[in-house]
Design a binder for this molecule. Structure first.
Ligand code: UD2
Length: 314
């Protein structure tokens, strides 16, 4: 095991854990395709201007990367919320996750719902476990979506130290269609929104009112990230969720709600706290039937839904 947890209980104001990374190791005799310093994807960018990788099909070797991460004995915490009528998405979400999501690695799902009695029984792979948590119902879908930051912050702070190495937070009105695994791991991970990956930044739907703490001025911005999937190390995602939760609360106290709710605050956070790894829209596509020449494989996608029918309010 190359990743060690060091507890720092003597100082209460600091996180109780610290990840010590001894790097990714291969083994003599393990054979895989030679990586090229010259050839690679030329139709998409696979690195940001601050040198963070952008993960697309063809930018990593699944055999090699699985082999190296297997040695680290990792646990991936994964959160999903299903309140009100969104429980109908759970069966396809969980069944497809069990086919494609971190196969061969330890996964601990945390499902937050106001209707635990309707959670479907889905056969889990070895080392994959589901914990169901009851949360109160809410009247506004915007409050459900934004309230996730508060619940995630508490989960990481109070329960996950020593239980998981990384965390991903995913929307439930989604389905997996292809591999999503260790190539996605990083300290702070954002997913490029499937509607905006080709757009100039003046078209991004950032919050543009200076009264909101999610405000991003014209002329700034790197990418537009989805609120439907993000993740990273416990320490980094704790800082992200805590910051977004605090800023959402201040906005509420000032009677302003950012245009895309917690997604707007997430985009503000990622602009000034650069993600260490970006996932291409393969990792959150808009519709399984929509095509795009750059998308060679769809790994995870929103499913079609009738907002007026599934949401508790317009
Ligand atoms: C967009 C974002 C979403 C979030 C939301 C907030 C994308 C592609 N999607 O999605 O991530 O930022 O805007 O503005 O960027 N939920 C329930 N019950 C409800 C309503 C919501 O459980 O009645 C949960 C559920 O996990 C759902 C999530 O909240 O997946 C986000 O809500 P949404 O999917 O309706 O929001 P949407 O599709 O507009």
């Amino acid at each position: 095991m190359y990743r060690m947890l060091i507890y720092m209980n003597n100082n209460q104001s600091r996180p109780k854990w610290k990840l010590k990374d001894y790097g990714l190791r291969s083994t003599p005799g393990f054979v895989y395709q030679q990586p090229s310093a010259l050839r690679g994807r030329t139709d998409v960018a696979s690195v940001t201007s601050w040198l963070a990788p952008i993960v697309w099909e063809g930018t990593f070797d699944p055999t090699l990367i699985d082999f190296m991460y297997k040695k680290q004995n990792l646990t991936i915490a994964t959160t999903v919320f299903a309140l009100g009528k969104y429980t109908r998405f759970l069966k396809d979400f969980l069944e497809s996750a069990e086919q494609h999501y971190f196969v061969g690695f330890r996964v601990q799902y945390y499902l937050f719902t106001d209707h635990p009695e309707v959670v479907p029984v889905v056969k889990m792979r070895e080392n994959h476990h589901l914990t169901v948590r009851k949360v109160p119902s809410m009247n506004r879908w915007q409050d459900i979506s934004m309230g996730r930051m508060d619940i995630l912050e508490k989960l990481i702070e109070n329960e996950l130290a020593g239980e998981a190495d990384y965390i991903f937070c995913l929307d439930v009105d989604t389905q997996f269609y292809g591999r999503w695994s260790v190539e996605s791991l990083g300290r702070l991970v954002g997913v490029i929104h499937p509607w905006f990956f080709e757009a100039p930044r003046h078209l991004f739907t950032y919050e543009r009112r200076p009264e909101s703490l999610a405000y991003i001025p014209e002329g700034e911005g790197d990418y537009y990230f989805t609120g439907a999937a993000f993740g990273g190390s416990l320490e980094d995602v704790l800082h992200l969720t805590k910051t977004c939760r605090e800023q959402l609360n201040i906005d509420t106290a000032n009677s302003i709600e950012a245009v895309w709710h917690e997604e707007s605050h997430l985009n503000k956070y990622f602009l000034y706290n650069k993600p260490s790894k970006l996932l291409s829209p393969e990792y959150l596509w808009r519709n399984i039937n929509a095509g795009s020449s750059q998308i060679k494989t769809i790994r995870f996608s929103h499913v079609a839904k009738n907002n007026a029918e599934v949401r508790p309010n317009p």
